[in-house]
Design a binder for this molecule. Structure first.
Ligand code: FE2
Ligand code: FE2
Length: 138
């Protein structure tokens, strides 16, 4: 399941969009994984995705705090739910669950649309409207 980067995913913030594209690239590496066999590479991709997303979510959370984003709690919850899924997938990898690569791709494809294209886009609209771009750096 190849995820094509389209304008639907664009938030209007160059750095956030660059990181979202990098997340899509990591997810697309799962395409080359065997769907019903155990593969060490799936573990590597889960690791890479977890490391990348920790930094990305941290950046978004700092930006939200700077403009006192009113939906901060809901957005944080959404990030936490994503980590809960990553933990479940990592457990699946460690217990050699079959069909794991397909399950991960299906979940992530849906998450990209719901989270990046809707929730992140809404937060960036607020951030741009309420002075995020002119706020002093950390
Ligand atoms: Fe994001
Ligand atoms: Fe987010």
């Amino acid at each position: 399941m190849h995820i094509e980067w389209t304008k639907v995913f664009e938030t209007g913030h160059a750095e956030i969009d660059r990181e979202h594209k990098a997340i899509v690239d990591i997810i697309n590496r799962l395409e080359d994984m065997p769907e019903d066999e155990y593969s060490e590479d799936v573990g590597d991709i889960l690791c890479q995705l977890t490391e990348y997303v920790i930094v990305h979510f941290g950046r978004e959370e700092q930006m939200m705090l700077r403009v006192r984003y009113p939906d901060y709690d809901a957005h944080m919850l959404s990030h936490c739910q994503f980590f809960a899924h990553l933990t479940r997938f990592t457990y699946g990898f460690e217990t050699r669950q079959t069909g794991l690569s397909r399950d991960i791709q299906e979940y992530l494809a849906g998450w990209l649309v719901e989270h990046e294209a809707i929730e992140d886009a809404a937060f960036i609209r607020y951030w741009l409207a309420y002075g995020g771009a002119s706020a002093p750096p950390d």
